[in-house]
Design a protein around this ligand. Structure first.
Ligand code: ADP
Ligand code: ADP
Ligand code: ZN
Length: 217
C-alpha cells in the first residue's frame, strides 16, 4: 500500500503513522523527522534545513524532493510506504507522481486528517517528541508511561523548537497557502479519503483503518 497522510500541523499525522505503519507493515517516512535528524547530526542538509524549520517555513522543493526520491528507492519501500509530511506543495505532489509513474506505480490513498483549528494550538504547544525515534507525545493528552522518557527507546523526550505559539501561527499560514491546495489536487485523482481527527487517539486510528480497508484486502 502506498499511502500519504495529509493534514495541518498538529492533526495527529505522526501519531497515527506509527500505528498505521505497524498495522500494515509499511515504512513510515516523515520528512520532518529526516530534517530533524540531519539538524541534530549537523550534516550539510541539516545546516541548510535548520533556518527553514526554525521559522516554520518550507524547505525548498528541490531539496525535499531529492530526499524523498532517495528514500523511496530503498528496498523496504518496494511493497509500500506511508508518507507523513510529504508532499506539502503541488510541485512536490507532481514530482512524486512522475517519480512513481516512471516506475509504473501510483499512490493508493491520501488519508486526510481533518481537525478543528481550535484544537491545534493546545495539541502543538503540549507536544513532546523523542529525538531518537520520532515518537510524538503530549503532556496532557498522551503522556509517556515514565515522566519525560520515550516509551519505545527510553530516551529523554523534548519540546520542538518550532512548537511555540508564534511559529505555529506561521506554520498554519504556510499550510493554508501551500499545502491545502493538495486536497483538490488529490480529489481530482479520486484518491482522497477524509477522516475526523478529533477524539481519542485510538478512535482516530479506528477511523483510519476503516478508510484504509477500502484499499487493502
Ligand atoms: P502532526 O504529525 O500531524 O503534526 P502529531 O501526531 O505530532 O501531529 O500530534 C500533535 C500533538 O497532538 C502531539 O502532542 C500528539 O500527542 C497529540 N495528539 C495526536 N492525536 C491526538 C488526539 N487524537 N487527541 C489528542 N491529542 C492528540
Ligand atoms: P508537523 O508535524 O507540524 O506537520 P513536520 O515534522 O512534518 O511538522 O515538519 C516540520 C518542518 O519540516 C516543517 O515546518 C518544514 O520546515 C519542514 N518540512 C517537513 N516536510 C516538508 C516538506 N515536504 N517540504 C518542505 N518542508 C518540509
Ligand atoms: Zn523514542
Amino acid at each position: 500500500m502506498k499511502i500519504i497522510l495529509l493534514g495541518p500541523p498538529g492533526a495527529g499525522k505522526g501519531t497515527q503513522a506509527k500505528f498505521i505503519s505497524e498495522e500494515y507493515s509499511i515504512p513510515h517516512i516523515s520528512t520532518g523527522d529526516i530534517f530533524r535528524k540531519n539538524i541534530s547530526d549537523k550534516t550539510p542538509l541539516g545546516i541548510e534545513a535548520k533556518e527553514y524549520l526554525d521559522k516554520g517555513q518550507l524547505v525548498p522543493d528541490e531539496v525535499t524532493i531529492n530526499i524523498v526520491k532517495d528514500r523511496l528507492s530503498e528496498d523496504d519501500c518496494e511493497s509500500g510506504f506511508l508518507l507523513d509530511g510529504f508532499p506539502r506543495t503541488v510541485y512536490q505532489a507532481e514530482a512524486l507522481d512522475s517519480f512513481l509513474n516512471a516506475n509504473d506505480n501510483k499512490i493508493d490513498m491520501v488519508l486526510l486528517i481533518d481537525v478543528p483549528r481550535e484544537l491545534i494550538f493546545d495539541r502543538m504547544t503540549g507536544r513532546r517528541i523523542c529525538p531518537s525515534c520520532g515518537a510524538s507525545y503530549h503532556v496532557k493528552f498522551n503522556p509517556p508511561k515514565l515522566k519525560d522518557k520515550c516509551d519505545i527507546c527510553n530516551n529523554d523526550i523534548i519540546q520542538r523548537k518550532d512548537d511555540t505559539e508564534s511559529t505555529v501561527k506561521d506554520r498554519l499560514d504556510v499550510y493554508e497557502k501551500q499545502t491545502e491546495p493538495l486536497i483538490n489536487y488529490y480529489k481530482e485523482q479520486g484518491v482522497i479519503s477524509a477522516i475526523e481527527g478529533s477524539g481519542e487517539i485510538n478512535q482516530v486510528f479506528q477511523r483510519a483503518k476503516n478508510a484504509l480497508g477500502a484499499i487493502c484486502k
